[in-house]
Design a protein around this ligand. Structure first.
Ligand SMILES: C[C@H](CCC(=O)NCCS(=O)(=O)O)[C@H]1CC[C@H]2[C@@H]3CC[C@@H]4C[C@H](O)CC[C@]4(C)[C@H]3C[C@H](O)[C@]12C
Length: 325
């Protein structure tokens, strides 16, 4: 399971929890403007494009991004959509983009969600795997900038683009069902509840936090969607970088997976391998990992963005404890 979310203070923040039972060997990866992107079924090459930073597995010299932001502040995260994602054979009349090429294709060329919508309208998302060892991943995507978010889902009946007014995405079921379920929670509130049950009963608000009783606490995708939506829609903080990043990680923590609570059929546990928070305006990629809860930061703008070679920073997994005495 995974959860992605957006958050706006003075700057725009975008990030995700990556929940899984093993890591591919993730690296914070900066693709500078002149790294050449060749596409499997397209004549067009992107030899000059927007620079981007995000989490990727690098296969050979190719950045397979899970989530990333470009220098214009456009952000994308891919999340599992197993059993529902369906990709097509290439067709002559469209831009054929392989599933693993989606993030470079959009972030390389688009400065906003509006521009991404235009490319998506001409796009066919194809079923060409990266390699035999790295077969197709069944994903859907949250695509955001500081003004709007959309959800992109490729299903048997074609590509769907949904407005995403919450700025949150998890996994199954398809996005319209996730959104519909929110209707059942409109009574939740951060404020102390009032008695609408019966005037004849002497109810007591005996604890703080009772306004959100009924918020689902489990780790299912639907429940994480509702919990992350409630937390994000009510979240507030100061505008400073420290306050914004701190608050963003607290939003993600509301849906994190602790080892032991989600047992898989292979006997392993799904955990939150990493949580990320990107300052999309400044191109800063912050992350924590399951065992390293100190925030690490990689600045895209500290690198030579005119270069043509990937810049890679393997994730720092080891905890570092600030010893005080
Ligand atoms: C496992 C992750 C999703 C975690 C998640 O959502 N867990 C919910 C489980 S559940 O749905 O709730 O049961 C996803 C998210 C992004 C993916 C990579 C995208 C690039 C590349 C695409 C290639 O084609 C295959 C290899 C590749 C490196 C992918 C590996 C893997 O697939 C990644 C990491």
């Amino acid at each position: 399971m995974c959860t992605a979310a957006t958050y706006l203070t003075g700057d725009f923040y975008f990030g995700r929890n990556l929940d899984y039972e093993f890591s591919y060997g993730d690296e914070v990866t900066i693709t500078p403007r002149n790294y050449p992107f060749h596409f499997r079924s397209l004549e067009k090459e992107l030899t000059a494009h927007y620079a981007m930073i995000g989490m990727a597995y690098i296969a050979g010299d190719y950045p397979l991004y899970y989530d990333a932001v470009n220098e214009k502040g456009l952000c994308i995260a891919g999340l599992n959509f197993v059993g529902n994602a369906a990709y097509q054979e290439p067709v002559p009349e469209k831009d054929n983009v392989a599933q693993f090429e989606l993030i470079p294709w959009l972030l390389g060329q688009c400065a906003s969600v509006k521009e991404a919508r235009e490319l998506i309208a001409r796009m066919n998302l194809t079923n060409i795997p990266f390699s035999e060892k790295l077969p197709l991943a069944q994903l859907h995507w949250l695509i955001s900038d500081r003004t709007e978010s959309i959800t992109l889902e490729a299903m048997k009946d074609g590509l769907h683009v949904y407005d995403n007014p919450v700025g949150v995405l998890t996994n199954n079921p398809p996005f319209p069902y996730q959104m519909f379920q929110l209707n059942n929670y409109m009574q939740l509130s951060p404020a102390t509840p009032e008695n609408h049950f019966s005037k004849e009963l002497p109810f007591k608000t005996y604890s703080r936090g009772m306004g959100a009783i009924g918020l689902p606490g489990d780790l299912s995708s639907q429940s994480r969607f509702i919990r992350a939506a409630f937390t994000k829609m009510n979240a507030c903080s100061g505008d400073s970088e420290e306050e914004s990043v701190s608050q963003f990680f607290h939003i993600l923590t509301s849906v994190e997976q602790q080892r032991g609570c989600c047992l898989l059929e292979n006997g392993k546990y799904e955990i939150t391998l990493y949580s990320s928070c990107c300052n999309a305006d400044k191109g800063i990629y912050y992350y924590t990992t399951y065992d390293n809860r100190q925030i690490s930061a990689v600045y895209m703008n500290h690198e030579d963005l005119e270069s043509s070679t990937l810049v890679r920073y393997p994730i720092i997994q080891k905890a570092s404890i600030h010893t005080v005495n």
